[in-house]
Design a protein around this ligand. Structure first.
Ligand SMILES: *Cc1c(COP(=O)(O)O)cnc(C)c1O
Length: 467
């Protein structure tokens, strides 16, 4: 049909606005929201006619156009932050919300979220309490630290600690630890913000105790160690142990702080992974202030944990800035519940998804991959070939960058469709499935696909097969 005639067949704005479906979807929403959707849809249709993509008048029938408007309206009323399936194999995926939380904990959270709680109320004494008491004892129990407190995230923990102990003073850091973490969190910048002056010592690959010692002046307020979370220097390297740094600090009465990045309570070397010091070990080495994230290896909610000697933790808590980075009750409850799971490490490994995913052995993942293939059954498609392949997953979140976890992948090997077409289709699926392209093959890593999401993966492959 000629485009002039097609243009005349486009449903009018008023007609669309007054269909029962649109009226119902609008409810008491402001009319301009529906108007905006209608305008967008009509613009797209006109564009489509002009470009010769719409040639059939049946594409302009009222129900079809109404459906497009409704789809737009649903998008406006639904939160844009939504569930996706992480098939990337990166367990602590910063872009995909880092650590998933145990469903059981979140079900219990509803009670706290939808009602009142003893957040800052001492039930025994019937008067005002302190929100940090809910996590302090359990943190002390798990780590052996004298005192503990929590803030919004580890970046805040570092900032607040530096501001408290080193504002206007000098902080000595090894040049090998002046790191940038994803999202451009740079240690030197954070120092500047906290008002501390950075004194760099040593070289990129080697820093000796003597380097720290000769940099000490009457202005030195802190010896800082920073975990080089997201990279590894290999070859000729040397750094100073916490033990040596702590005894140096003692001699000069200067505290030692370590930003551990992703603190872990469980020694992963017992599962054959490379040795990373646990939080307990760092505490026992006598480090005065230790900070780490709640949602990296710990597998909890976004939070920053500060542990150490009592007088430092107390000063940190009293800092006026602490209020600005205060943890909220939902996070606090979630963090407390996760920490309590760690009282029984075997249970923590089972119930904390991040830990569980990191520790799942290859054999079990391979079984899972085969089960997905079985569920898929025989699919007859020219679009791609489906196979189980071996691959590598990563911990992510800047933790254990050198660790390669052997994994089982569902591989979609392109035939009629190209790899990026398959990837886009999966990403636009409901729920979106975030896969990876590796050497022109679309791969979905079974390590990070949650059990409850297996069905979505199967259905999405089937849908892509019948494109
Ligand atoms: C991740 C990380 C941070 C920042 O922690 P967030 O919880 O993301 O704020 C700071 N320092 C190190 C060494 C890290 O690895």
């Amino acid at each position: 049909m000629e485009s002039g005639e097609l243009f005349r067949l486009i449903p009018k704005v008023d007609r669309l606005l007054n269909t029962p479906e649109v009226l119902e979807a609008m409810g008491h929403l402001p009319k301009r929201l529906a108007m905006a959707q209608i305008t967008t849809v009509l613009q797209e249709i006109r564009q489509g006619i002009r470009a010769g993509e719409i040639v059939d008048p049946s594409e302009l029938e009222l129900p079809l156009v109404v459906e497009r408007v409704l789809k737009g309206l649903r998008k406006v009323t639904k939160p844009s932050l939504r569930k996706v399936v992480n098939a990337t194999g990166v367990v602590v995926h910063t872009n995909l919300g880092r650590s998933p939380l145990p469903r059981k904990v979140m079900e219990d959270l509803i009670e706290i979220a939808c009602g009142y709680s003893n957040l800052e109320y001492n039930l025994r004494e019937g008067r005002r309490g302190n929100r940090f008491t809910h996590v302090e004892d359990i943190l002390k129990e798990l780590t052996g630290a004298e005192a503990a407190t929590v803030v919004n995230n580890n970046a805040a923990a570092v900032l607040l600690s530096l501001d408290t102990v080193a504002k206007g003073k000098e902080v000595i850091v090894s040049r090998g630890e002046l790191i940038e973490i994803g999202g451009s969190f740079r240690i030197p910048e954070v120092m500047k913000r906290s008002g501390a002056r950075l004194v760099e010592v040593g070289t990129t690959n080697k820093t000796k105790l003597q380097d720290y010692e000769s940099a000490i002046t009457p202005e030195t307020a802190l010896l800082l160690k920073v975990h080089t979370s997201n990279y590894k220097i290999i070859g000729f390297t040397q750094s100073v142990s916490n033990k040596d740094l702590v005894s140096l600090g003692k001699r000069y009465s200067i505290p030692v702080m370590e930003d551990l990045g992703s603190g872990c309570f469980i020694d992963l070397s017992q599962y054959g992974y490379e040795k990373e010091p646990t939080v307990q070990e760092v505490v026992s080495q006598g480090v005065d202030i230790i900070t780490f994230s709640g949602d990296k290896l710990l597998g909890g909610p976004q939070a920053g944990i500060i542990l150490g000697k009592r007088d430092f933790v107390e000063r940190i808590r009293k800092n006026q800035l602490a209020r600005a980075v205060r943890i909220d009750k939902l996070t606090l409850y979630t963090l407390e519940s996760i920490l309590r799971l760690y009282l029984d490490p075997a249970r923590a490994k089972e119930e904390i998804p991040t830990l569980n995913m990191i520790l799942t052995p290859f054999e079990r993942l391979e079984k899972r991959a085969r089960a997905i293939l079985r569920k898929l059954g025989r699919i007859d498609t020219k679009n791609f070939q489906v196979k189980v392949m071996e691959g590598i997953s990563k911990v992510g979140g800047g933790a254990l960058p050198a660790l390669n976890l052997k994994t089982a992948l569902i591989a979609l090997i392109p035939k009629r469709l190209m790899a990026n077409e398959i990837e886009v289709f999966l990403r636009n699926y409901e729920p979106p499935i975030i896969a990876r392209i590796e050497r022109d093959i679309v791969v979905m890593d079974t390590r990070t696909i949650l059990k409850e999401d297996m069905g979505f993966v199967v259905d999405s492959i089937r849908a892509a097969a019948s494109l």
